[in-house]
Design a binder for this molecule. Structure first.
Ligand code: CU
Length: 123
């Protein structure tokens, strides 16, 4: 009876899934909810305010923002003091027109780092 044999394994697999993946989701590490500039937005330069809002509190002192410029150079953006625990803010200055990539890594309240990118264009 293959079905009867398979059932304990399915149950075990589902339990493992719950213990690993699902509990991790429940702890909710940082997921980007909203950004300025918005993804694929075109914004005026040369100074561009940066604001990232997450689903949870993030540790501003241990989160990082980097800006990849059209010429391939990578710049660290200094983070401003957090006005709200779920927001990271900065200001990119002196940007020439072109395509940029904002790379963020954020330390969430559950102790997990997560990262992502926001592409935008300066006109
Ligand atoms: Cu996490």
């Amino acid at each position: 009876m293959p079905r009867a044999l398979a059932t304990p394994w399915v149950a075990m697999f589902l339990t493992l899934l719950l213990l690993t993946g699902f509990s991790h989701l429940a702890w909710a590490h940082a997921i980007l909810m909203e950004s300025t500039p918005a993804l694929h937005a075109t914004v005026p330069g040369p100074d561009v305010p940066i604001r990232l809002r997450f689903n949870v509190r993030v540790d501003g002192s241990r989160s990082r923002l980097h800006l990849l410029a059209p010429d391939g150079s990578l710049h660290t953006l200094p983070l401003a003091k957090q006005s709200t625990p779920d927001v990271l803010q900065s200001q990119a200055t002196g940007l020439k027109p072109g395509a940029y990539k904002l790379k963020w890594s954020a330390l969430a309240s559950d102790g997990h780092m997560s990262s992502g990118e926001v592409s935008f264009t300066v006109k």
